[in-house]
Ligand binder design. Structure first.
Ligand SMILES: Cc1ncc(COP(=O)(O)O)c(C=O)c1O
Length: 420
């Protein structure tokens, strides 16, 4: 792709001017020195200016997907405009170069080998590739978590019906006292038939972070493969893929990396590439080539093309500071409501190694749906009700664009609701 051609010069669509670009860049200032950066509101005000938020409500449901910073959105629009102008010339001649550029910059962010990284549409596609494409034998056993995301649980259930594998669900404690409690919840279900353990790195229901590397290390000793759902962990927590010690990792980039909707990845250890069946048949690539998992027909390449730009924005803040800020925002509001007698916090919020942006609370006398609806209708605060066999409460997810005042409004609303 001739990036310079479309990045230089102003582009316009239907009369609205798109800003000119000079490569992947943005105007964020250099972050303040750690460790007091997470509450330097002057800096975070500048970051906030990069995002557009609704004026008539407070959005505290940023867990579904993230809005893009303006620079990322503008880049994405310019890329789409370019493709729309070039049409099949771009698709036939430049598409693969754009994909390779995205792969390389994502591999650098994740600290992994680009030849082990497939670009996918989302976590669901990434992990379904593994779950549906693994060479299961009837009677193979899998240990998954009782709070895993529905799409993965359902995929394993379908694989159980289709291939005859046997599933066991680890009871992950809501408030573990130590890592061993979580590790043991998985290990006690492992036996000689266990082929795979499936871990949700950061549980979407409660925001709990589980000790993936410790569980993976124990699984390795037992010759068990480890698949990790890092949908909420990538670009939220600071880590590299090799640090996890896993065999397969799937994630979405439209969550915490703030890429446009419809991008994710599947990473797998090189030795597994030839053993997994792609979801879409591909015999044109050698079996050892990670690209055979990317065979998904004609797709919006501008979404993938924007990944390097989303990474530029992310790096400008830096993984460490972003993680600290997100955890700071969560602890800021939870600390103010945790002692209210009618409230139960369902997130291990005081243990920094086990939490970050997401928290979940239950209020006595309210179903999750009633509580979320009351906050929305009476206070114009948008959260999400979580109704689940293990977790019942509202999930609150601030973002980089969240102001402490937004969280004060939430705290005041919760105080009024619990006094009522
Ligand atoms: C833990 C977890 N895994 C997987 C997913 C699925 O992500 P996607 O819809 O982008 O595939 C989600 C979505 O919220 C999630 O929270």
């Amino acid at each position: 792709m001739q990036r310079r051609h479309f990045l230089s010069g102003s582009l316009s669509i239907a009369g609205s001017a798109l800003l000119p670009f000079n490569g992947h860049s943005n105007d964020l200032p250099v972050p303040p020195a750690l460790p007091d950066g997470e509450n330097n509101e002057a800096y975070w005000n500048l970051v906030r200016q990069q995002f557009e938020s609704p004026q008539d409500l407070i959005n505290l449901e940023n867990g579904y997907f993230s809005h893009q910073p303006l620079t990322t959105m503008q880049f994405h629009q310019s890329a789409e405009h370019h493709i729309n102008t070039q049409t099949s010339l771009f698709m036939r001649r430049d598409q693969q170069h754009a994909i390779e550029e995205a792969r390389t910059s994502l591999a650098t962010l994740l600290g992994c080998n680009a030849e082990e990284l497939a670009l996918m549409r989302n976590t669901t596609e990434a992990l379904n590739t593994v779950i549906m494409g693994f060479p299961w034998k009837k009677g193979d056993e899998v240990v998954l978590g009782n709070q895993d995301y529905g799409s993965m649980t359902e995929a394993f259930q379908q694989a159980a019906a289709r291939f005859g594998i046997v599933l066991h669900y680890a009871a992950v404690p809501l408030h573990p006292q130590n890592d061993e409690e979580v590790v043991n919840a998985y290990l006690k279900l492992c036996n000689k038939k266990t082929r795979m353990v499936h871990l949700t790195h950061l549980i979407n229901l409660t925001g709990q972070v589980i000790p993936v590397a410790k569980i993976a290390a124990e699984a390795k000793k037992r010759n068990i493969l480890v698949a990790v759902d890092s949908a909420h962990a990538v670009a939220h927590l600071q880590f590299t893929i090799p640090q996890l010690g896993a065999d397969f990792v799937g994630a979405s980039l439209h969550k915490w990396l703030c890429n446009p909707l419809g991008a994710g990845f599947l990473w797998m250890r090189k030795e597994h590439i030839s053993t997994i069946w792609p979801l879409m048949g591909d015999t044109s690539q050698p079996r050892e080539n990670i690209r055979r998992f990317e065979h998904s027909g004609t797709r919006p390449i501008q979404t993938l093309q924007t990944i390097p730009q989303a990474i530029v924005f992310h790096n400008k803040i830096g993984s460490a500071l972003k993680e600290q800020r997100l955890r700071y925002l969560m602890q800021y509001w939870v600390a103010k409501v945790a002692n209210i007698p009618k409230i139960k916090v369902l997130t291990p919020w005081q243990d920094s190694a086990r939490c970050c942006a997401i928290a979940n609370i239950a209020v006595d006398g309210y179903t999750p749906a009633e509580l979320a609806e009351t906050l929305f209708k009476q206070y114009k605060i948008f959260t999400v009700a979580i109704q689940h066999p293990i977790v019942n409460g509202i999930r609150v997810t601030p973002h980089l664009s969240t102001k402490p005042e937004d969280l004060d409004a939430l705290v005041n609303a919760i105080r009024k609701i619990t006094q009522g």
